[in-house]
Design a protein around this ligand. Structure first.
Ligand code: URA
Length: 434
């Protein structure tokens, strides 16, 4: 096969065969196709698209570039959740222990913060000692022992995705629904799952700002999961405001602990119950989604989900005293209160700016090798539709970096719009696709 001919075919809007997609993916991964040629291929695909069938072939080729983990030795249907990411989205930390406490094995391979969004690995690593770099034997051992495990992508998992993603990042070909689908699904399918819950975010703090794009991505991900014989439930959920009230790595671990202890009941609690309920349903531990939700609530109220979280943290090397007494965590050098300058209903939040503000405070990376400050972040006290009185504390900023405080204050203030008139609250769940 000749790769130039394959590029030409895609350039001219023709469909590629399974053999052509395998040839392209395998030879790029092994280094036989150079970056400049694969870049042209990616751009042709970006501009002309890939059909459902081509997306499925590409996913399969990327999946088989590495290992597909065999979890057949672990009893029960293995179920994971994937979110397309957002601001304050920490549901993985909450639903993995809930579903595991309900008897569902949860094998989770997660990512780091990307752009303005946080990543599960960075959040977990804010717990002193917590290891996410487990090898596949440790991954299986912990999953078998406690029913949940959360690690980062290893060298063995979809190596083609690692290479292609890095090339997409520098060739302006990230925002392609088929390429995103193949990238996400090749990693998820390699985990050894039987079923998957997807949370596709839409709104100002999501990658898919427009609901139409989010729906297209949701359908593409769902179809691809099903074409591999995996049961899948997909939710399109709101990301026009932070999820929960805490943004930043340790702050998000803290909020997760409070939710697992049943002490916070906010939008994060609601979404966690819905996602965990769907996992419980897909894992056949309930006969309806509603019953799944009720079981999820019971796992929180009985303390079993919190106990499971402690078990996961302990098995992955994390220091339990910080979980049991979060007050022992070293405080930020500066904690600054941002107060409302006027009365009014909170009407709109540019949630991308809130994510970027957290990043400025030290919670994320501006450059690949930047070091994260695990303590840094924002506690954002209000939701769209709340009435705020002049002088109320809208947000508390946590940082060790004094130099960024005034620019962050300005960034947050200009991200908020107020109204004298009552404002409708936001619908958390926009759509469900089965
Ligand atoms: N996350 C991924 O894993 N891949 C993409 O292409 C985009 C987001």
């Amino acid at each position: 096969m000749n790769f130039t001919e394959i590029i030409k075919k895609k350039r001219d809007g023709l469909s590629l065969t399974k053999e052509e997609i395998n040839f392209s993916t395998n030879n790029y991964t092994s280094g036989k196709i150079p970056d400049y040629q694969f870049s042209a291929f990616l751009m042709a695909g970006f501009l002309n698209g890939f059909s459902k069938q081509e997306t499925s072939y590409l996913t399969e080729a990327m999946l088989h570039s590495g290992k597909v983990i065999d979890l057949s030795a672990i009893k029960g249907l293995k179920v994971d959740k994937h979110s397309t990411g957002g601001v304050g989205d920490k549901t993985s930390l909450i639903i993995a222990p809930i579903a595991a406490a309900a008897g569902i094995p949860v094998p989770m391979i997660s990512g780091r913060g990307l752009g303005h969004t946080g990543g599960t690995l960075d959040k977990l690593e804010s717990i002193p000692g917590f290891r996410t770099d487990l090898n596949l034997n440790e991954y299986k051992r912990i999953l078998k022992k406690c029913g949940a495990v959360l690690i980062g992508q290893t060298k063995e998992i979809a190596p083609a995705d690692k290479l292609i993603y890095a090339l997409r990042d520098v060739t302006a070909t990230v925002e392609s629904i088929p390429l995103i689908t193949a990238s996400i699904m090749s990693k998820k399918l390699a985990e050894g799952i039987d079923a998957l819950v997807l949370d596709v975010k839409t709104g100002s703090g999501a990658f898919m700002k427009d609901q139409k794009d989010a729906e297209e991505l949701a359908h593409s991900l769902t179809n691809t999961a099903k074409s591999f014989g995996k049961k899948c439930i997909t939710f399109i959920t709101d990301m026009n405001q932070p999820l929960g009230n805490y943004i930043g790595n340790w702050l998000e671990v803290y909020e997760s602990i409070e939710i697992l202890k049943g002490r916070i009941k906010n939008d994060l609690y609601d979404l966690s119950v819905i996602l965990a309920g769907a996992m419980i349903f897909l894992g056949k531990k309930s006969s309806t989604m509603n019953e799944g939700n009720e079981i999820a609530i019971k796992m929180i109220e009985s303390g079993k989900a919190y106990e499971k979280f402690l078990e996961i943290v302990k098995l992955q090397g994390g220091e339990i005293p910080y979980i049991e007494n979060p007050g022992n965590y070293p405080p930020s050098k500066f904690i600054v209160k941002l107060k409302a300058r006027q009365n009014g209903y909170l009407k709109q939040i540019d949630n991308y700016q809130i994510g970027m503000a957290a990043l400025d405070l030290g919670a994320g990376r501006l450059k690949k090798n930047d070091k994260i400050d695990p303590k840094a972040g924002i506690v954002f006290n209000y939701k769209i539709g709340d009435y705020i009185i002049k002088g109320n504390v809208i947000a508390e900023l946590y940082t060790d970096n004094k130099a960024v405080i005034s620019q962050v204050q300005e960034r947050i203030e200009s991200a908020l719009k107020f109204s004298y008139h009552k404002v409708k609250r936001v619908n958390l769940i926009k759509k469900e696709i089965k």
